[in-house]
Ligand binder design. Structure first.
Ligand code: ATP
Ligand code: MG
Length: 563
């Protein structure tokens, strides 16, 4: 799937893995993708999925899908289902069953007891405010908790009482006993278990204490035999803690954590929490709204899985950080669609065009079939039939009565002049019909016989090529056009209020569009290039019998107005 040279050049993890395999440290590469099921996955997660599953594929190893489910109040089955669907759609398959950190709650509980017995953990009664004060800060070392020297027996009894629901939430917590003066704040006796009297989507009412992420993640890795635990750079400072747990617990394997830069893209936000607020406040219609940078939103927008995988490859894996330009994602999308999307015609702002000399067409029963390739460079994609009839629709923007416009400026139909209908005849505009308001209701034109697929005769100089459909046989469609959700390049940078930077009207639904007849028989999620208009996709849910809804994926060329 991947181009190996670029992939290696862009991925420092390959060097690490190559060495681990060469030295015999590992025989097999085992990675994992560990989402918390507290929202739908976004473009950043897509990158992480490609990195983790991509490594497993490259080295013929395995990649697990593990739900990191230690915060039951924010998690749900809806998110678990959506995440699995997204991973599969992106083209990856996890090794064995789906896993959950909560599968290991019993073992983690035993590990906590193990730490207590080894004198490496204690139950602390400091409340949140006190704990904060005792913790110190980056300049000042922390102070030992007055509960730090509790005996093993007392700690075991208190921890058991925590588990049995004998304390209120926040009354106490289990902490690892490490070093309150460590320059790394994560090592200052971090909490490893806290009381939360909420049911869990996987374990139900079994637990009222839950392990903290840091106490869960590395041990889950070890239990699954993960060799390379890849995460984003914000966990770099947690690595010593990750290693401390692995060293101080009787875990069955020795995973190592490696960090790389988070993917950040301009003009969007990549945080499940912020995306959730867009859904909850009705800014978008749902997590899979085509304006969302979620995997399901991008899918509905018409981005292909292949294009997203290509994008991930282009971004690469590094530790340098930075913000990726939206143009890079759009480039990957456009390149993929240019190669793969069949062509079709759609008239979005229709005006009637009648052929005055239709009797000169080679029509049978009022229709002359024009044959066009589905793709200009890919004959293997086949051909399509375009019915040419006496009345057509063209786009209003493709006609003008202004005969002073230069040929260079306006390569479309001008009153009294010629233009070619894509795949069809050269025609000449001869008469314009208007209503009382002066709006053009019909253009009358004559066709030049013998010009289908042929150079026009001397003196007939079409200004350009325009798209068209048969007014009698075209199908009515709704086309939805999307703007960027945010009008600011960095909508949430430095705590900026992203809600204040929403684009007004980021969705325009055009109801009266006309598509060529074959588009009534395509399938949801099929992409097209609507010639001269852009790339569009049949909506995953709303395209169907009797209702043809297409979403605009992206324009044909990068627009210059937007950076
Ligand atoms: P969010 O803030 O959106 O909830 P998260 O990192 O908390 O993101 P998780 O579900 O915990 O979300 O992430 C699962 C995996 O995806 C983690 O390994 C995380 O590092 C990775 N990940 C999340 N966001 C990005 C991103 N922007 N770029 C690369 N990897 C990411
Ligand atoms: Mg998270």
């Amino acid at each position: 799937m991947s181009n190996d040279t670029t992939a290696s050049a862009n991925n420092f993890l390959h060097a690490i893995i190559d060495e681990d395999l060469a030295s015999g440290k590992h025989q097999e590469v085992v990675t994992r993708f560990p989402p918390e099921p507290n929202g739908f996955l976004h473009i950043g997660h897509a990158h992480s999925i490609c990195v983790n599953f991509g490594l497993a594929m490259k080295y013929q190893g395995r990649c697990n899908l593990r739900f990191d489910d230690t915060n039951p109040e924010k998690e749900s089955q809806e998110f678990i289902d959506a995440i699995q669907e997204d991973v599969k759609w992106l083209g990856f398959d996890w090794a064995g069953d789906v896993r959950y950190s909560s599968d290991y709650f019993d073992t983690l509980y035993d590990y906590a007891i193990y730490l207590i017995k080894a004198g490496n953990a204690y139950v602390c009664d400091l409340n949140a405010e006190q704990a904060k004060e005792y913790r110190g800060n980056l300049k000042q070392p922390g102070k030992n908790s007055p509960y730090r020297e509790r005996s093993v027996e007392e700690n075991l009894a208190l921890f058991e009482k925590m588990r049995d629901g004998g304390f209120e939430e926040g009354a106490c917590a289990l902490r690892a006993k490490i070093d309150m003066s460590s320059p790394n704040m994560n090592m200052r006796d971090p909490i490893i278990y806290r009381i939360r009297k909420v049911p869990h989507h996987q374990t139900g009412d079994k637990w009222c204490i839950y392990p903290i992420y840091d106490f869960t993640h590395g041990q889950s890795d070890a239990l699954e035999g993960i060799t390379h635990s890849i995460c984003t750079l914000e966990f770099e400072g947690h690595r010593p803690l990750y290693e401390w747990f692995i060293e101080n617990l009787p875990v069955p394997s020795q995973p190592k954590q490696y960090e790389f830069s988070r993917l950040n893209i301009n003009y969007t936000v990549t945080s499940k929490r912020k995306l959730k607020s867009l859904v909850d406040e009705g800014v978008v219609e749902g997590w899979d709204d085509p304006r969302m940078p979620t995997i399901s939103g991008m899918r509905r927008r018409g981005y292909s899985a292949q294009a997203l995988r290509n994008f991930s490859e282009m971004v690469g894996v590094n530790r340098a950080g930075g913000i990726v330009d939206m143009g890079m994602l759009e480039h990957a999308i456009r390149t993929d669609l240019n190669d793969n999307a069949p062509r079709a015609m759609c008239v979005m702002n229709a005006v009637k065009l009648s052929i005055t000399n239709f009797d000169q067409a080679k029509a049978m029963d009022g229709v002359e079939m024009m044959t066009q390739p589905c793709h200009p460079n890919k004959p293997e994609m086949g051909e399509r039939q375009l019915p040419f009839t006496e009345t057509l629709y063209i786009d209003r923007a493709d006609f003008t009565e202004d005969t002073t416009l230069s040929r260079k400026k306006f390569k479309r139909l001008v009153f009294g002049e010629y233009v070619r209908l894509r795949g069809g005849y050269v025609i000449k505009a001869e008469e314009v019909v208007k209503d009382e308001q002066g709006t053009i209701t019909e253009i009358k034109a004559s066709l030049v016989p013998g010009t289908v697929g042929e150079t026009p005769p001397e003196g007939v100089k079409p200004r350009g090529v325009i798209h068209w459909v048969s007014a009698t046989l075209a199908q009515k469609a709704t086309v939805r056009i999307y703007e960027r959700l945010f009008d600011h390049e960095a909508p949430d940078f430095g705590g900026r209020d992203y809600m204040a930077h929403l684009t007004d009207n980021s969705l325009h639904a055009l109801e009266g569009c006309w598509v060529e007849p074959s588009l009534a028989n395509t399938t949801p999620e099929q992409s097209f290039q609507f010639e001269r208009e852009g790339y569009f996709v049949a909506d995953r849910y709303e395209y169907g019998e009797g209702r043809l809804v297409f979403n605009k994926t992206i324009s044909l060329v990068e627009s210059k107005s937007k950076k």
